[in-house]
Ligand binder design. Structure first.
Ligand code: SF4
Length: 405
């Protein structure tokens, strides 16, 4: 029998990251958009956590919120981001304003500069489109070497957030203009960049390091972006749709590379994708997101073998199964809501698309233990009761806009 989850698991030694009740809002001219709505999850050591959902479900904004990269008009308005870092815990141990729990520090309570300084050595990100992430006028090798250089300088002065984050700075640009041939990166950083290119499988890395982004194929450039992300030897790599822009064979190579890197370095990866095939192939645990909420989470087996939330069932029903080919795939009818606060109401956000919506669903469902595994949870009343057609909502209950009445 399932039961409502009221107590979150305490910080465990194997939790690299523990996110609790994270909320991110965008304050737009149309109104407040609740892009992330009380999201909680853990990232453990040496695991790949998949975050899956349709476009607009809040996957990427969640990841950007964790690493404090939300820009105006957005803002993280609530929640906790516990990161395990004994040095940081010791540094802020006497500060009553900073949340400390053993070796974990609540990053939402440390100064912004410290959060910024963790990008690189703690968290790195790779994005869907590497071409838009590289400067087209600087060689690939030099751009990776710059990332190495920033981290190297930061390590030589670990307490300086400025050296980590501002990296280059106005003075260096002025000196560059005055001293012909001066380079920000030294030979050691360039050698490291070449080494990183070699580690991610770029052939002839020394020669390729001298080339510009447009001389790389999409797959090669994605490898180069991974090399750049590894420059700071991060604890956690956030891979945001890393293979979506690539063709199928290159996708497989990049996924294999990520798996190898994770195994070799023992680091953790958060893999954001809309592709359940990628999740099945790569992930240890899964969070399914819809309308800014985690609606189901658990181990890969929990979610794939016993999907409980109708949205998860819909996602699984809309991918081809080679073992059980069906004549037609089952799409999920309707669209992800716009997430405007004034339109969301206080109900299950999936109710306007859910084939099993009932009167109970007009109240916001809490997160329930599904009861078939230690960490399988779902935000759906079907964990507690069976679907009863007598309680079904009429199909026109939400009108065309899907708004709560
Ligand atoms: S709570 Fe109700 S509407 Fe929401 S997913 Fe479950 S059955 Fe469907």
């Amino acid at each position: 029998m399932s039961r409502e989850t009221t107590v979150q698991r305490t910080v465990g030694d194997t939790d690299l990251l523990r996110v609790r009740n994270l909320k991110t809002r965008f304050f737009t001219e149309e109104g407040q958009v609740n892009a992330v709505e009380g999201v909680s999850f853990d990232v453990r050591d040496n695991e790949i956590l998949g975050i899956v959902g349709e476009s607009g479900s809040g996957k990427s904004v969640t990841a950007l919120s964790v690493i404090d990269l939300i820009e105006s008009p957005g803002r993280v308005t609530d929640g906790e981001v516990w990161y395990r870092n004994p040095d940081l815990a010791a540094e802020f141990g006497d500060d009553p304003d900073v949340g400390i729990d053993g070796d974990h520090v609540d990053l939402r309570t440390v100064p912004k500069g410290v959060r910024r300084a963790l990008r690189g050595p703690a968290f790195s990100t790779i994005f869907q489109d590497p071409m838009s992430s590289f400067n087209p006028s600087i060689t690939v090798g030099e751009q990776i070497a710059e990332a190495v250089e920033v981290q190297r300088r930061a390590r030589s002065n670990p307490r300086s957030t400025r050296s980590r984050t501002q990296g280059y700075g106005l003075v260096n640009y002025i000196v560059d203009g005055l001293v012909p041939g001066r380079s920000y990166v030294d030979e050691e950083s360039m050698d490291r960049a070449i080494d990183l290119l070699s580690q991610v499988g770029i052939p002839d890395p020394a020669e390729r390091a001298e080339e510009y982004p447009h001389q790389f194929s999409g797959g090669m450039l994605q490898r180069a972006m991974i090399a750049q992300a590894l420059a700071g030897e991060p604890d956690l790599l956030i891979a945001d749709e890393p293979t979506t822009a690539l063709d199928v064979t290159i996708q497989a190579q990049i996924l294999e590379l990520l798996r190898e890197i994770q195994d070799d370095r023992g680091m953790s990866i958060v893999l954001i994708t809309h592709d359940l095939g990628v999740v099945a192939r790569m992930c240890d645990r899964v969070c399914v997101m819809y309308a800014g909420e985690v609606v189901e989470r658990g181990s890969l087996a929990d979610v794939f073998d016993n999907p409980t939330h109708p949205y998860t069932q819909g996602l699984l029903g809309s991918i081809p199964d080679l073992q059980d080919p069906r004549p037609r795939l089952q799409p999920i009818e309707g669209n992800v809501p716009g997430l405007l606060d004034s339109e969301m109401g206080d109900r299950c956000y999936f109710a306007d698309r859910c084939p099993k919506a009932m009167v109970d669903c007009l109240e916001k469902p809490p997160e329930f233990d599904v009861g078939d595994g230690p960490e399988h949870r779902t935000r759906c009343v079907l964990a507690e009761r069976n679907y009863d057609p007598a309680d079904a909502l009429s199909s026109d209950r939400f009108g065309d806009g899907g708004e709560s009445e």
